[in-house]
Design a protein around this ligand. Structure first.
Ligand SMILES: *Cc1c(COP(=O)(O)O)cnc(C)c1O
Ligand code: SF4
Length: 305
């Protein structure tokens, strides 16, 4: 589809063994044909570097298994809990910190969430539920609205947060039905999308994000600092300006989680700090993301700048 050199294909087949190549056509359409260093292509194309072992890069870099308190429910931080609603995503990002996570097959009915729902109902200190995955918006609307209804019945919950990359990779997923579920629920909805490069934010994505914001939903973005993709001031500057133009607030800029197979995306800590410092000198405060790293055992993401 992209007219790429043949040798990339052989490497991709080798490196895709433990995490398949998977990218939707809507996303591929935003890549530059014939360019092996396209910043969108680099996020999804398996490369030989993934198969080399690097010390300190682990299968569970952020301690997700230790934080799993019920099937599909993670608790790390006070006041909020994260539901792994499905193992399925609309794209496979090569740097994903959950690329080795032992997902069970996606839930087929609300029954499979019962243990997680019981845990949420039993702890009155919880105010917020984060639907994550995988990507929660790969679920069909009916399952999502059923889940939202069950969560809204838990009186101490006040916020429902969705962590999703679907508005970026398949913006057509942001349907009226999906927005309706968020508008209808008693809980205050927050949506956190995941874009890494300005080239991802074309007109179709702009339209999807506008539909969410026009519905009164606050939309934030998180980005992962990725060598070769966006580890420059210019790349981050362009991304942040485009996000705030689209009324999306740059929330977190993540130092890479040290997951096995992603060492070639890692950047030095000092590099991220310098980029954020330069952003601060050029942009309004709301357009500058917080540079953070997830350190297992800490009670929040750790600020680095
Ligand atoms: C990152 C994360 C959160 C959310 O952290 P915020 O700082 O509130 O965005 C919640 N639960 C888990 C398990 C996480 O990894
Ligand atoms: S969409 Fe998110 S969870 Fe899915 S592969 Fe990409 S980074 Fe990982």
């Amino acid at each position: 589809m992209l007219d790429l050199p043949d040798e990339l294909a052989a490497a991709a087949v080798r490196a895709a063994n433990d995490f398949e190549l998977f990218a939707p056509q809507e996303y591929v359409a935003r890549m530059r044909p014939g360019d092996p260093s396209d910043p969108l292509l680099l996020q999804v194309l398996p490369r030989d570097a993934e198969t080399t072992h690097t010390a300190g890069f682990l299968t569970d870099p952020v301690g997700d298994l230790a934080a799993t308190v019920r099937p599909g429910l993670l608790r790390k931080y006070p006041g909020r809990a994260l539901m792994v609603t499905t193992g399925v995503c609309a794209v496979h990002c090569r740097y994903c910190f959950r690329r080795h996570y032992p997902y069970s097959p996606g839930p087929r009915s609300i029954d499979q969430w019962e243990p997680a729902l019981a845990e949420l109902a039993a702890d009155p200190t919880l105010e917020e539920v984060i639907l994550s995955g995988g990507d929660p918006w790969v679920l069909v609307d009916q399952q999502l609205s059923q889940l939202a209804d069950r969560l809204a019945e838990i009186p101490h919950l006040s916020r429902l947060r969705i962590h999703t990359r679907l508005p970026i990779v398949i913006p057509q997923r942001v349907t009226a039905g999906l927005i309706d579920t968020l508008k209808r629920t008693r809980l205050t909805p927050w949506v956190v999308v995941h874009a890494n490069h300005v080239q991802e934010l074309d007109l179709s994505v702009a339209k999807a994000l506008a539909a969410l914001v026009d519905a009164g939903i606050v939309v934030l973005n998180q980005t992962v600092l990725l060598a070769g993709v966006n580890n420059s001031f210019d790349a981050q500057w362009a991304l942040c300006r485009r996000l705030v133009e689209l009324r999306v607030i740059p929330y977190y800029l993540h130092q890479l989680d040290r997951v096995a197979g992603a060492a070639h995306f890692d950047t030095p800590l000092e590099h991220g700090r310098a980029i954020v410092e330069q952003l601060r000198q050029r942009l309004p405060g709301f357009a500058v993301p917080r540079l953070v790293q997830e350190i297992p055992g800490e009670l929040s993401k750790t600020p680095l700048a």
